[in-house]
Design a protein around this ligand. Structure first.
Ligand SMILES: *Cc1c(COP(=O)(O)O)cnc(C)c1O
Length: 436
C-alpha cells in the first residue's frame, strides 16, 4: 500500500516503525554529544576568521546563525483551529548569511576542517592559535595549491564554493542538470569553477569524486558520506536550544517539540535531527519532508531495510519515479546510506509534498509573513497538516501520548533556503503559487 501511494505520488506521511526511545537509540550510535560540542567549539574558534572573510558577519561576530521566528499568521493558513495544536515557528535558515541556505551550516564547517588540517600540517596554525592567521597572504598562497570540490544540486555548491574561494582555495563545483542557472552564475562571479553535468545529483557527485581522486591536493566534500558535514549541521541544535530558552519556550514531556525539515540526500535534516535528539531526547519529534517525485529517504528507510536487518540501497528510480521536481534542493534520487543508518531509530517519520503545494506555501508565506524563500524550503509546511489530519499521524500522536499535549506543543518549520533567489525568479514563483 505504501508502495502504490508512492508510485501514484499521493502525498503521505510515513511514520518510522523503528523509532526507538533515546535510552536505546542514542548509546548505540557511533557519534555522541561530545562530537557536536567539538564542532561547535571549532566554529567558535574560527568565528574571528569568518568575520574577517565576510563583513556581513560583523554583527554576529563571525557566528553564522538564523533567527527563530513566530509565524501566527501562517499558522492560521496552514491548519484549521490552529491554536489547539500549539504554536508555529520558522527556523529561518533561508536567511543564513554567506550561503543563503541550510548548507551554510555543514558546508562552511567542512571547508574550515579541511583548511585547519592543511594549516596544522604546514605549521601555520597551532591547536589554540589565532585562526585569523588563515586569512594571511601566506595562508592564501598555501591554500591556492589545493582544490576543494563538491557535487551539488546548487546550494551546497554555493556554500562550499564561496567559503573555499574566500580562503584562496581553487574551488570546483560539479552541478547536476537541475541546478538553477543563477546559482551557477553567482559562483562563477566569485571565481569558482562550475562544471555542468547532464545527469542527476548522484552522477554529479560521482564525477566530482572521480575527478578529485586524480589529484593528491584535491579535497572532495562527499555529500553522501561526510561526517564533518553531518556534524556541522548538528550544531544547529545547540543554537536552537538557546533560542528556545531565550523565547521562554519549554520543551519537556508536557511541552513536546515537533520539527519538520526538508530532506535531499539527508545530511542537513539528519545532522539537525541527530543534534536535536541528543539535546531533547524523546521530547522532540523530527519529521523529514520530500517532494512526491523524489522521496529518496522515505524509500530508503521504508523499503531498503529488509526484515533480515540487512540494508540494500533503494532509489526513487527503482520504484518508477522520475526525480523531476522544481524543488532543486531536494532533487535527489538516492539517500545517503550513512545518514539513513543514523536516522533509523531517530526520525519520527517522512512525508511527501507535490510541487504545486510548494509554490502555494511559498505564496502564503509571502502574503502572511512577508518572508521570501525558495520552493524547496516550504516542503516542511505540509507536515503539521499531515500529522494532525492523517490516520498515520493520528496514530503516531496516540502511540506517544501526545494528543492532549498538543495545545502546549511547539512546531518548527525549517525554511532551508531562498534569500539569494533573484527577484525575477521569485516573482515567477509567486505567480505560480497564486494560481496553484
Ligand atoms: C540541500 C537542501 C536541503 C536538504 O539537505 P540535504 O542535506 O540534501 O538533505 C533542503 N533544502 C534546501 C533549500 C537545500 O538546499
Amino acid at each position: 500500500m505504501l508502495l502504490s501511494a508512492l508510485t501514484e505520488k499521493s502525498p503521505l506521511l510515513w511514520t518510522n516503525p523503528k523509532l526507538a526511545p533515546q535510552s536505546e537509540s542514542l548509546p548505540a550510535l557511533s557519534l555522541q554529544r561530545s562530537n557536536i560540542d567539538d564542532a561547535d567549539q571549532r566554529l567558535q574558534r574560527f568565528a574571528p576568521l569568518l568575520q574577517k572573510c565576510f563583513p556581513e558577519l560583523e554583527a554576529s561576530q563571525g557566528i553564522i546563525e538564523s533567527p527563530l521566528i513566530p509565524v501566527p499568521n501562517l499558522q492560521t493558513q496552514l491548519a484549521s483551529n490552529a491554536d489547539e495544536h500549539g504554536a508555529f515557528y520558522l527556523k529561518a535558515d533561508h536567511s543564513l548569511p554567506v550561503a543563503g541556505s541550510v548548507k551554510a551550516r555543514g558546508g562552511i564547517y567542512e571547508v574550515l576542517v579541511i583548511a585547519e588540517n592543511i594549516a596544522f600540517e604546514h605549521g601555520l596554525l597551532t591547536a589554540n592559535g589565532d585562526t585569523v592567521l588563515l586569512a594571511s597572504a601566506k595562508a592564501k598562497e598555501l591554500f591556492s595549491q589545493h582544490t576543494i570540490s563538491v557535487g551539488s544540486t546548487g546550494n551546497l555548491g554555493l556554500s562550499i564554493g564561496v567559503m573555499a574561494a574566500a580562503l584562496g582555495f581553487q574551488a570546483v563545483v560539479h552541478m547536476s542538470a537541475d541546478a538553477k542557472d543563477w546559482k551557477k552564475e553567482r559562483l562563477r562571479k566569485r571565481g569558482v569553477t562550475v562544471i555542468e553535468h547532464v545527469g542527476d545529483y548522484a552522477s554529479a557527485v560521482a564525477a566530482g569524486r572521480e575527478d578529485a581522486e586524480q589529484n593528491p591536493l584535491a579535497h572532495f566534500v562527499d555529500d553522501e558520506n561526510s561526517l564533518p558535514l553531518f556534524l556541522g549541521y548538528s550544531v544547529a541544535a545547540l543554537r536552537l536550544q538557546q533560542q528556545l530558552r531565550d523565547a521562554n519556550i519549554t520543551v519537556d514531556t508536557e511541552h513536546p517539540l515537533f520539527v519538520y525539515i526538508p530532506c535531499g540526500v539527508g545530511g542537513a535534516p539528519g545532522g539537525i535531527t541527530f543534534g536535536l535528539k541528543q539535546i531533547f531526547g524523546d521530547h522532540v519529534h523530527c519529521f523529514f519532508a520530500e517532494p512526491v517525485d523524489s522521496p529518496c529517504m522515505l524509500v530508503q528507510m521504508a523499503l531498503g531495510d529488509q526484515e533480515s536487518g540487512e540494508t540494500r540501497p533503494v532509489s526513487v528510480y527503482d520504484i518508477g519515479l522520475s526525480n523531476q521536481t522544481e524543488a532543486d534542493g531536494l532533487a535527489v534520487g538516492a539517500a545517503s546510506l550513512l545518514v539513513a543508518d543514523f536516522m533509523r531509530t531517530l526520525v519520527s517519520g517522512v512525508f511527501t509534498v507535490p510541487d504545486e503545494d510548494l509554490f502555494r506555501y511559498l505564496y502564503q508565506l509571502h502574503q502572511s509573513e512577508a518572508i521570501k524563500v525558495e520552493p524547496s524550503a516550504t516542503a516542511a509546511f505540509a507536515g503539521p497538516g499531515l500529522l494532525f489530519g492523517s490516520a498515520d499521524g493520528q496514530d503516531y500522536l496516540a502511540r506517544h501520548d501526545l494528543q492532549q499535549r498538543l495545545p502546549n506543543a511547539t512546531h518548527i518549520l525549517w525554511t532551508t533556503g531562498g534569500s539569494f533567489v533573484p527577484d525575477v525568479e521569485y516573482q515567477r514563483f509567486l505567480q505560480r503559487g497564486l494560481y496553484s
